[in-house]
Each structure stands twice: as C-alpha cells, then as structure tokens.
Design a protein around this ligand. Structure first.
Ligand code: NDP
Length: 449
C-alpha cells in the first residue's frame, strides 16, 4: 500500500461531504476535508436552512392578518423589519456552521479551509499550492445556480444573494418556476413585493402531480402573484434609475426592481481537474458514478448534487453515509432511491411521494385515485378562501398506495410520516382501518373518497 497523506480526502464540506468525512473518521480512517467557502454547504449556508427560516418569517404576514378573526387586535398594516429577520437568520446560519465544524473536529477530521482540485487519481492541489495525497478522493462539491446567457443577465441575482439583500424590492421578477422560484415567490410576496414568475414552458414545478400544481397556481394568482408562461429571456436593460426592464418572448416587457434567476442548478465540476484522473462527466458536467458512488477513476468517488442524481440534502447525506460505511465501516451499502418524499415550501406548501397520477397510469395501467379537497378549519374561521387538496394514487389491482400528493398548511410535516407507510407498501384499505385523529387536517388521509 503506497504511503498517502490520508486514507480519504474529501472535497466539499456540504451535507454529503460532512457526513462522509465524519463517519469515515469515526470508522477509523484518517480524513481531511477541503472547503473553499463555509462548512455546511448550500443547505446550511444558502439553501434549505435560511430559506425555511424566511418561510417561517413570511407566514407571519398572513397569520397576523388572520389573527383578528381569532380575537386578536393586531394593528394593520403591521411593521416588518427585513434587516432584523435577515440578520437573525444569518446569525443562526453562523451557529449551525459552527456546530458542523465542531462535529468534524470532534471526530478527528482535518478541515482545510481552501479550494482543492484533483491532480491525479490519488492527489489534490490546494489553493496555497501544496499537494496532498490520499488512497481515496471523494468529490462532494455540490452545484451552483444556472443563469441563462441572455444579454444583461449580470443584472439579475440568484438565491445565493437573496439572503443578503439590503431591502425587499417593491417589484420582483423570478425566472423559472421550480422549487426555488415558488418558494421565493411566496417569501417576497408575503414581505410586500409584487412578484412575477416567468417560465419558458407552461408548467410550474414539473414533476409534481398536476392537480397539486394547479392548486398552487390558482392560490398564487388569487394572492396576486403574476405569471408569464412560454416566455424565454431575451434580455435585461438597466435604466438610469436602477430599474430593470426584462424583455421576453410572447409577452410585453416588464419593468421591475429585482430579477432573480431560479433556473436550475449545475454541478460544480468546472476547473476541478477531473480530467487529470480520467473522471468522466455527463453533458451537464455531473460526475458519472456507479451505485457505490465510484467514478470512472477507481480511487475517486462522488456524492450529492455534483452527481445530479437527486438534488436533495437528505439524499446527499444518505450517499455520504453509504460511501463511508461501505469503504471504512465494512458494511457495504447502496442508497435506495425509491419513494423519496419531497416538498416545496411555497405559500401554501406542497409535498409528494411516489408516482404522480399520470406516471402511475403510464406505468401500471389500472389505477385508482382518491382525494380530499377541503378548507382547513383554521382557514374557515379566518375567512381565508384557500382549500387544501390531498390525493392518493393506488395500484388498481392491489390497492397498494403508489403515490401521495398534498397541498395545504403543514403538508410537508404530514407527508413525512405518511411517506413511511407508502414506502412500506401499505394499501388504501390499511389507511382506512386507522381511526381518524380528530380534528386534524391529517385525518383526511384516512377518510379519502
Ligand atoms: P428546478 O429544477 O426546480 O426548476 C428550474 C426551473 O427553471 C424550471 O421551471 C425550468 O423550466 C426552468 N429552466 C430550466 N432551465 C432553464 C433555462 N436554461 N432557461 C430558462 N428556464 C429554465 O430548479 P431550481 O433552481 O428551482 O432548484 C434547483 C434544485 O434545488 C431543485 O431541482 C431541487 O432539487 C433543489 N431544491 C430543493 C428544495 C426543496 O427540497 N424544498 C428547495 C430548493 C431547491 P421547465 O421545468 O418548465 O422546463
């Protein structure tokens, strides 16, 4: 065995890289992790965590308005201090960043706060010019926002910058209609901005069940969000007053104060030196790996968003755990990608697991669909005309639930529990055998018709 500096050198201390590093070290490996920005990665520093805190902050706008019907006199309009929320959120990010760093250190992982690039199957070069060697290299460098290359695109921001704004702009145009677009549309709208979502197709949140997406679209329009569909970016002009005029196909130009791109994320493989070790990437730059996370180079592995399999934090964590257990814990493990629940923290949120109705019809042929379309009692008393929709998709032959899709208050919390039953292969009849827990919204899961 050649004499390497480390058993494992991890590039990227995000969710996946951190998990792999600390578990491999706990199994006894000598591990270093290089991170060019901040330990925690996208999820902790500029993704899931600060986003969710902003979603909580945004919910107060409606809750404070609804409070009147519940007997509370709250002056309207209420004052909202964006900078206070922003700074509190950023302080929480600092705290979690510290906790992640501590966890790595407690497990004996050496943290190298520098960019590292691959220089061969067993070597990396750090930003300070030094070389390190390792028996295995794990690439967990994540992804970055993709920005369409239209003229004036440099005037737009991405979600990276959204957490640091000096003020909430009055008029916001968001390009894209996926996760980030719908989540930030809700956040900016609740903080008082006029929001326009534009997308190149007619779909929002492609991949989610059509009925659920339609419901979000209806509710969003009812709240005053605007949509421009079949709209391709033609350019952004910045006026002397700082306003941005966005030109797009099929629609009149729109003038706003801020443009945010939420048009997908691309793997961070550019300039990473992967070619020096024969690591193949696909047309999007994602590292190609097998089911043990091994790249086309025997000693180099990759997990998380850089592989563009499922761009979700808990999946990257699973991949990191599986990698460490397989190669350092004598416990060969592969990740099961079936029935991964996911949610969009829009206003209201939506969540889903398993096949959509149309997927099930294509794959299974015989399908039974049940639903519950209801107005949550809190919305009724508040006079809020927002209906929730739960939809269960079952195999028509066996009754097994193959998909569950929901939109309404707290559905990500409800779906996480229900996803266990879907993953376990339970049937509609077994759901119905469970007595309803009244009065809850979740009881609709066992009362669907
Ligand atoms: P999404 O893939 O969710 O959505 C991308 C949107 O941009 C789609 O509406 C797509 O259009 C459009 N689009 C894609 N490419 C282009 C292009 N070249 N020009 C114009 N429009 C384009 O990406 P997001 O950026 O919203 O999020 C990235 C990923 O991060 C998500 O896929 C998700 O995995 C993850 N994420 C997860 C969250 C969660 O779990 N709650 C929250 C935020 C992000 P169309 O579909 O019509 O083709």
């Amino acid at each position: 065995m050649p004499d390497y500096d480390y058993d494992l050198f991890v590039i990227g201390a995000g969710s996946g890289g951190t998990r792999a590093s600390r578990v491999a070290a706990a199994h006894g490996a000598k591990v270093a992790v290089a991170e060019e920005y901040r330990v925690g990665g996208t999820c902790v520093i500029r993704g899931c965590v600060p986003k969710k805190l902003l979603v909580y902050g945004a919910h107060f706008a409606e809750d404070l308005r609804d409070a009147a019907q519940f007997g509370w006199d709250v002056p309207q309009p209420c004052a909202f201090d964006w900078k206070r929320l922003r700074d509190n959120v950023l302080a929480e990010v600092d705290r979690i960043n510290g906790a992640y760093t501590q966890t790595l250190e407690n497990n004996g992982v050496e943290i190298i706060p520098q960019r590292a690039v691959v220089t061969g199957p067993h070597s990396v070069r750090l930003a300070d010019g030094s070389e390190k060697t390792a028996a295995r290299i794990l690439v967990a460098v994540g992804a970055h926002p993709a920005v369409p290359s239209c003229p004036g695109h440099e005037h737009g921001i991405t979600s990276n910058e959204a957490f640091h704004l000096d003020a909430i702009p009055k008029r916001v145009l968001i390009a894209g209609a996926g996760y980030i677009a719908n989540e930030f549309a809700g956040i900016f709208h609740q903080f008082g901005a006029h929001v326009i979502i534009m997308n190149r197709t007619q779909d929002i949140l492609r991949g989610y069940d059509l009925s659920i997406r339609d419901r979000l679209l209806q509710i969003s329009m009812m709240k005053g969000l605007e949509f421009r569909f079949d709209a391709a970016f033609e350019g952004i002009d910045k006026g002397e007053d700082g306003c941005l005029t966005v030109k797009m196909s099929n629609h009149e130009p729109v003038t706003v104060d801020m443009v945010m791109f939420a048009t997908g994320r691309l793997p961070n493989t550019k300039g990473l030196g992967l070619e020096t070790a024969g690591v193949d990437v696909d047309e999007k730059g994602a590292i190609k790996v097998d089911d043990r996370n091994r790249s086309t180079c025997e000693s180099i592995f990759a997990i998380g968003d850089v592989t563009n399999r499922v761009q979700l934090t808990p999946v990257a964590i699973r991949e990191g755990q599986a990698f460490a257990d397989t190669f350092y814990g004598d416990k060969p493990t592969t990740v099961d990608y079936g029935c991964i629940p996911s949610a969009v923290f829009s206003h209201p949120p939506l969540a889903g697991v398993g096949m959509t109705e149309s997927e099930a019809k294509q794959k299974l042929g015989s399908v039974a669909v049940y639903s519950s379309d209801f107005r949550p009692m809190k919305n009724v008393l508040a006079g809020r005309n927002e209906r929730a929709l739960y939809k269960m998709v079952c195999d028509g032959e066996t009754g097994r639930i193959v998909g569950l899709h929901m939109i309404g208050p707290d559905v990500p919390e409800i779906l996480q529990a229900a996803a266990i039953a879907v993953k376990a292969g339970l049937t509609k009849a077994q759901f119905d055998e469970t007595v309803a827990l009244h009065p809850t919204m979740a009881e609709e899961l066992v009362l669907m018709r």
